[in-house]
Design a protein around this ligand. Structure first.
Ligand code: C2O
Ligand code: CU
Ligand code: CU
Length: 518
């Protein structure tokens, strides 16, 4: 495709691997924690809490809606330019950041099921990047993974038909070895899909008014401005402060009694357990790939990097309500020093909601949302097993751009079992599809994992059985990715490639790669 080139070489940003792996091995082997930390630049264990210490003195920035035009053929066309710039998180204190059509984060794209969309992507950075449509069902060539690199100065114009349920999706770069750096510098945005079933429910839907994007990232600040999260635990770089939609210390003024928050964990390594400061239950209505069949009330919503949640919250006039994250070792499924050093004891004040003295009333929440048909069983075409290990490999292999790991036949149902063989946090994300969980640790999935998902947190010593149906797009020449969405792990090679092919076809090596050195 014009304007694309071969994948990037290893990024200089890549941290040395050998030292960390030996550190991990020491820990896994029961070695001294102190030893494990020595030599890999990981900061000493500690916990962070910003609870009660956030001033909530800045209005939440709402990412602008992306402009679009609809051409004669009905295709909705967006434009995204990756650019470098400076952002003032504190007035008068510029920080160097990256963004799409701006200096930090990107606009929110909105499309309707059944619409054809095209995004004119331009890279004005001085290094290659990509734009991946996380959660989107689309042809592999349009996916924006590491095989669709956009070099500096180049353009890339993927297009596809939006054909999936209403959902909160997102986009971010995916250059192999540098995804963590590109996302943490600010390249990320939301991609919202609507459909008839969603509209019929009458859920809050006025963007930035009662339908509020909440993009959560951890970072840090000094008097000189923003500093990127620092390597801390095995999860990767953890920041000691949060920004929401790029806003430090944010509050949101609500004029509506009922709000719908679209939570996106766009952090590179940190997982959150979102809950309300007054301990009211969290009313979850949607997960990664769409709405649940009915709202569920939970004490907290756990989101690992890349996961999304839609929640409803009902306010009373004049009230102030704080969204927090209070992670614990138990919630993270981690034990001992691993929990401490990977943010599993950290707590944050995230965002304050300030209700006006008079609120626009809202109808009662719908008791039922959308139908969640079972993906089916008894007709599984292939069973695959993916073991996540402590060398940042999957099934004992590190990512190779020139190697296809799995070949899937189009329009079949598959069952994938994901196992985390370590005491460390990992996650699992699959491109192209929204999947469903058959079981978690042998049991039926809890309500928050019973809907459409594209990314799951994978606790140590728990088996996750996924059902996936790969429909529509076969392409023997271009693979999709599956990977741990802790971006440092992904960059280290905790990723694999699958091709979706017609029955009887074989996948070929990805074209144009110079990485076929297996
Ligand atoms: Cu959100 Cu393969 O990524
Ligand atoms: Cu993805
Ligand atoms: Cu991982």
């Amino acid at each position: 495709m014009l304007g694309t080139t071969r994948p990037a070489r290893l990024s200089p940003l890549r941290r040395p691997r050998a030292t960390l792996v030996s550190g991990l091995t020491a820990l896994a082997a029961g070695g001294l924690v102190a030893l494990a930390f020595a030599g890999c630049g990981i900061v000493t264990p500690g916990t962070v809490s910003t609870v009660g210490r956030v001033g909530f003195d800045r209005p939440l920035v709402i990412p602008p809606l992306a402009e679009s035009t609809v051409g004669a053929d009905g295709t909705r066309v967006f434009a995204l330019t990756a650019q470098a710039g400076t952002t003032e998180f504190e007035p008068g204190v510029p920080s160097e950041t990256w963004g799409f059509n701006g200096t930090f984060l990107g606009p929110t794209l909105v499309a309707e099921r059944g619409e054809r969309v095209r995004v004119d992507v331009r890279n004005t950075l001085d290094e290659p990047t990509t734009v991946h449509w996380h959660g989107m069902h689309l042809p592999a060539e349009m996916d924006g993974g590491p095989h669709q690199m956009v070099v500096p100065g180049a353009r890339w114009a993927p297009e596809w038909l939006v054909d999936q349920q209403a959902a909160t999706l997102w986009y971010h770069p995916h250059p192999h070895g540098a995804t963590e750096a590109h996302v943490s510098r600010g390249l990320a945005g939301l991609f919202l899909l609507h459909d008839e079933a969603e509209r019929a429910l009458g859920l809050p839907g006025e963007y930035g008014v009662d339908d509020v994007p909440v993009i959560v990232q951890d970072t840090g600040f000094t008097a000189e401005g923003r500093r990127e999260a620092a390597p801390r635990g095995y999860a990767g770089a953890l920041g000691d402060e949060l920004v929401v939609n790029g806003t430090r210390s944010p509050y949101f003024e609500a004029g509506d009694e009922l709000l719908r928050l679209r939570l996106l964990n766009a952090s590179t390594a940190r997982s959150y357990a979102f809950s309300w400061g007054d301990e009211r239950p969290v009313r979850l209505i949607g997960t990664d790939g769409g709405l649940l069949d009915a709202p569920v009330e939970l004490p907290y919503v756990r989101l690992s990097p890349g996961e999304r949640a839609e929640v409803l919250v009902r306010l009373t006039p004049g009230e102030r309500l704080v969204l927090q994250s209070r992670m614990t070792a138990e919630i993270a499924g981690l034990v001992g020093p691993v929990a401490q050093t990977n943010g599993a004891a950290d707590a944050f004040d995230v965002l304050e909601l300030r209700a006006a003295d008079r609120l626009r009333p809202a109808a009662a929440d719908p008791a039922a949302l959308v139908a969640l048909p079972p993906l089916g069983d008894g007709e599984v075409a292939a069973d695959r097993r993916f073991v996540l290990d402590d060398s940042f490999e999957i099934n004992g292999r590190a990512m190779e751009l020139g190697r296809i790991d799995e070949t899937v036949t189009v329009d079949t149902l598959e069952r994938w079992t994901i196992v985390n063989d370590t005491a460390l946090p990992h996650s699992f994300h699959v491109h192209d599809v929204q999947f469903r969980l058959a079981t978690v640790g042998g049991d039926p999935p809890p309500p928050e994992l019973s809907g459409w998902k594209d990314t799951i947190y994978v606790e140590p010593e728990t088996e996750y059985v996924l059902l996936l149906r790969f429909t529509d797009y076969a392409d023997q020449d271009t693979p999709y990715m599956y990977h741990c969405h802790l971006l440092w792990h992904e960059d280290q090679g905790m990723m694999g490639q699958f091709a979706v092919v017609e029955p009887g076809q074989r996948a070929t090596m990805p074209e144009g790669t110079d990485h076929d050195h297996h």
